[in-house]
Design a protein. Structure first.
Length: 288
């Protein structure tokens, strides 16, 4: 639970949010989330499952007609020192380090083994990646592994990047170490209390996001995948492997019915996605 000081920071953030985005921002956000079977406890900023949703994907999983696997990128120097890395892709600290490249190779091998275990074959494999290099380099290790795996049943059926898989945009705090960020900044509530509303309000609209906005763009991507499978008569033999980041992966887990709740150690039923609940580097996660 938030202590009084954190509650004051959050209450001030909500006032500033309404000033920056208008009184209609939160009601519209709630309406969009309810269509996905989710809602926000605005008092604490926590994300909850909502049975009133018309598309209860967060409870029942997403009927996309294919297998979905997600892989967070390998480690970068920025990860090693707890950084709000976000959408930046300009510095050496945002590229995979030696450990990250090894993690990518190991993840690729694990993925190929997993795909070989699926029946029936052949398997059509589509690869989607965040356009940020730490994700595309992790994806490339998998593509190289497929080509060298020696399994004729693997058919690489497309590779493209998609902006909807990028990391949360941290605005003016991108590439800033967490420990160097003002202790009273609302962004700290993201990883400390799983707050899905906080964002950097010092940045233009397009330069800053909260987790709820990341979740909604990932939901659009899942809708698109499902629509394509329906149009092509999806037979369940396609595997879509997505490479992205901690928070885009956390959003996809929740949307595909794989979300975890805080439980007794937290504040009850809130869904978790950051801080000690963040996704591990380069470990394949089967979503569907």
């Amino acid at each position: 639970m938030m202590e009084e000081g954190d509650q004051q920071v959050y209450r001030q953030f909500l006032r500033d949010l309404k000033t920056a985005y208008g009184e209609e921002y939160l009601p519209k956000m709630q309406a969009k989330l309810r269509e996905r079977g989710l809602c926000i406890d605005e008092e604490g900023g926590r994300l909850l499952c909502c049975d009133a949703g018309r598309k209860t994907r967060a409870v029942d999983g997403w009927p996309v007609g294919c297998h979905l696997v997600f892989v967070r990128h390998g480690e970068t120097p920025a990860n090693a020192v707890r950084t709000f890395q976000g959408h930046i892709d300009e510095s050496p600290i945002n590229a995979l380090n030696d450990n990250g490249r090894q993690q990518a190779r190991e993840a690729a091998s694990s993925l190929c083994d997993y795909l070989s275990s699926l029946a029936p074959n052949p398997r059509r494999i589509s690869v989607l990646s965040s356009p940020l290099s730490r994700a595309t380099d992790t994806a490339q290790a998998f593509i190289d592994c497929i080509k060298g795996y020696g399994n004729p049943a693997f058919v690489l059926d497309g590779y493209r990047t998609d902006e909807r898989l990028t990391e949360l945009r941290f605005g003016t705090k991108e590439n800033m170490r967490v420990d160097d960020t003002d202790p009273s900044h609302p962004l700290h509530l993201l990883y400390r209390f799983q707050n899905c509303l906080v964002k950097d309000l010092d940045a233009p609209n397009e330069g800053s996001e909260n987790f709820a906005e990341v979740l909604l763009r990932c939901a659009e991507l899942l809708d698109e995948i499902a629509s394509r499978e329906q149009q092509t008569g999806g037979d369940g033999e396609r595997v879509v492997v997505m490479f992205g980041h901690s928070l885009s992966g956390g959003a996809l887990k929740i949307l595909c019915g794989r979300g975890e709740k805080e439980g007794e150690e937290g504040a009850g039923e809130g869904l978790v996605f950051s801080g000690r609940y963040k996704l591990p580097h380069a470990q394949p996660i089967v979503l569907i």
